[in-house]
Design a protein around this ligand. Structure first.
Ligand code: TXA
Ligand code: MG
Length: 343
């Protein structure tokens, strides 16, 4: 199959593909998604095949109006409406009890469904023109960093999908925050809507344990996607936490020939004559979020034998960035502050 690269003035073409059961890469404000009709089981099955995605990992259903939420979900708790009022449309997904109309292949057999009202004008227009709720995981090969440009999608999926709409670079750069509102409110995946922001509306929100460490394959987790090694280049990755100075010094000390560092822009000069890729200024966590997946991809292209990544603290969007870095590292995490204080 030849994959067409479409402009943002060709949303009609993409909508037509989706209505006919095709699969299309679409920009959202978080990352690019691989879109298909949530009601077409063959198209949904094709998403899993194109990505090489494990069958037990459910998809997010994207909507462009609140009416569709009620069509898909059995009950919409008040707390969800409060959160929606503030953060929808936006980089936030909520998990609800599903109605029978949502096919099991979308939810991987679960009786809940993850729903996101995206703010991206192109995605919204695509959903409206196709007239369907749209199931879409991130448009990367499973296990690889999520795509934040149309070129990333082409690199991973060209020849396997019908088209990609090129909407430029994604504004957030990390995938949506996932909040379960089915029962006790639970943060399943951190994103650009931060834990601090959620706590203002949902003071009793709990943080899922999968966010803190690796989950064994046989363990049951609330968001199945959280248990897989993710965002991972081929080389082993080491996440180096701690202050800007301590993490840079630790990496400079440990790094050997052929190894690479993904560093803060303000540390680039320290890594002169070494393999390094920058991903944003240390004091601008939004920039780090925008840059992390592109940096992981770029690092991978340079075929290093190991990748060290400077990892921000958990405040604000830092929680999401650090989570993606730690997952890429398979939770191989070093605390550079701790290491230095031991010396
Ligand atoms: O920003 C995003 O969320 C992007 C764009 C395209 O919307 N999508 C995305 O999808 O990141 P994906 O499939 O790569 O990640 C969805 C995550 C997975 O961890 C999955 O396990 C979880 O959401 N998820 C989906 N349905 C769920 C459900 N019913 N219950 C719990 N977790 C669910
Ligand atoms: Mg994904």
């Amino acid at each position: 199959m030849k994959t067409r690269l479409l402009g943002v003035d060709e949303i009609d073409v993409a909508a037509d593909m989706i209505r006919r059961g095709g699969i299309v890469g679409m920009p959202t404000e978080t990352v690019y998604g691989l879109a298909a009709s949530a009601f077409n089981e063959t198209a949904v099955a094709n998403i899993f095949v194109a990505k090489g995605r494990p069958q037990d990992n459910p998809l997010i259903v994207h909507i462009a109006s609140l009416d569709t939420l009620y069509e898909l979900c059995e009950s919409v708790p008040d707390v969800a409406l409060e959160v929606a009022k503030r953060y929808w449309p936006g980089p936030l997904t909520m998990v609800f009890k599903k109605k029978p109309v949502v096919p099991h292949c979308v939810t991987a057999g679960m009786d809940t469904v993850a729903v996101r009202f995206t703010a991206h004008p192109v995605a919204q227009e695509l959903i409206r023109r196709s007239g369907l709720p749209i199931a879409a995981p991130s448009a990367n090969v499973s296990g690889y960093p999520s795509p934040t440009t149309a070129a990333h999608v082409m690199r991973d999926l060209s020849g396997k999908i019908d088209a990609v709409i090129d909407g430029g670079s994604c504004e957030c750069g990390v995938e949506s925050t996932v909040l379960s509102v089915f029962g006790q409110p639970r943060l399943l995946r951190p994103g650009s809507v931060t834990l601090e922001q959620l706590r203002e509306i949902v003071p009793d929100v709990v943080v899922d344990k999968a966010l803190r460490g690796e989950v064994r394959d046989d363990e049951k987790v609330s968001a199945p996607g959280m248990k897989y090694r993710h965002y991972a280049p081929s080389a082993p990755v080491v996440a180096v936490c701690g202050s800007v100075k301590a993490s840079a010094e630790y990496i400079l000390r440990e790094m050997k020939a052929g190894e690479l560092c993904i560093c803060y822009s303000d540390c680039v000069s320290l890594f002169e004559n070494r393999l390094c890729v920058e991903f944003g200024k240390s004091d601008d966590k939004e920039a780090l979020a925008r840059g992390i997946f592109g940096a992981l991809r770029k690092a991978d292209e340079l075929s290093p034998t190991r990748i060290y990544v400077q990892c921000p603290d958990d405040g604000g969007v830092g929680l999401a960035v650090a989570n993606r870095i730690k997952k890429a590292a398979g939770f191989n995490v070093v605390d550079a502050d701790g290491v230095l204080s031991c010396l």
